[in-house]
Design a binder for this molecule. Sequence first.
Ligand code: SF4
Length: 452
Amino acid sequence: MSRAAPQNPKIGIVSLGCPKALVDSERILTRLRAEGYEIAPDYAGADAVLVNTCGFLDSARAESLDAIGEAIAENGRVIVTGCLGAEESVIRAAHPKVLAVTGPHQYERVMEAVHDAVPPVHDPLFDLLPPQGIKLTPRHYAYLKISEGCNNSCSFCIIPSMRGKLKSRRIDAVLKEAEKLAGAGVKELLVISQDTSAYGVDLKYAPFAWRDRPYETRFLDLARGLGELGIWTRLHYVYPYPHVDAVIPLMAEGRILPYLDIPFQHASPKILKAMRRPAHTEKTLEQISRWRSVCPDIAIRSTFIVGFPGETEEDFNLLLDWLEEARLTRVGCFKFEPVEGASANALAGAVPDSLKEERYARFMEAQQAISADILQGFVGRELDVLIDSVDADGAAGRSFMDAPEIDGAVILDGAQEVDPGDMVRVRITAADAYDLFGDIVRPGPDTARHAR
Ligand code: SF4
């Protein structure tokens, strides 16, 4: 039986400006083609026209505005991008009818504007890409990047000098992407950035609509929006600012996973100050106990650095005491190493390698005992588990406490009747320092909203 290809929408493109703008146009064309759009050779055959503008010289700006005017006159449905797009008010003053305006290199926003103007036709037999796009993660979980760059200046880190200041994505774009991923079968979203709790500061928390409701581009609204999707949402790289408290009730209600990845890095105020950590003055133990009073099961994961320059035995013991009291579920530890270009390299008081090793071993031993004790407390309880892999010995999955790749697992010996991506209810029968062991009691998550 022969089958006709669906009618693909056609986009016209007018590309002005320098070679960098041309590369932008090529990238946009590649994305358009990969999503099944055809490129229209003239205005008449196009469902919408994209004008990639130049804003460098006055003459180039005039040429760009003329090109937009011509496209509106000839076709009527025009999306503007490129350098002049950074000055949306200039374009809208001259051409109020343009559908959308985006700046240079904003491929994602251009594609969103195209989707809004001319929705793509997805056909699994003809399309190159699945509807959720190409993901490097297994189909049942996906990373959701909410921003690039960082406004902090931690002394051991060179990311801000490599990636620049914080640039947040608009909340409607993030929520639409999350919705698309959920619609494509993704069961777990892992929110990532360099500083998730600072999300939206650079956009002054600008409000946008999603599902006909207003959301501000900020951490709390992001968690609220993602909590509407009915799949697991896991928050990474959150700093312990006071405003983080506001998301804990969403965890207690089962809207997002009761999991917070907070890179505390140390507990000694002196070392945190030398590290120039964000929120280093917060009283973190009090904050953790406040969170637990709202959401008792909250799993807190963190990373720490031992052997930072100037770390004395007293600082290190303070860290161990803090660890005992904080009782974090998941912990990673690194021995300090200078990174080329980081300001911490110039700090006095380098810790000898042998001492770093010794502190690392003491730290890991202390945390193993804590983690084993916490996990032991889950024996006899039931948890929702998302299956990651199945082999001849059984299946392995993760509970709300386990982010993929970095945390532990729930081992289901002999379980064969499941597939990766299935959510099952598991009775926990045993635990060690990192993993839980259990039996499936029934398919599907608990009827109460996800998680515990
Ligand atoms: S370590 Fe500090 S400076 Fe580096 S990305 Fe994280 S918050 Fe930003």
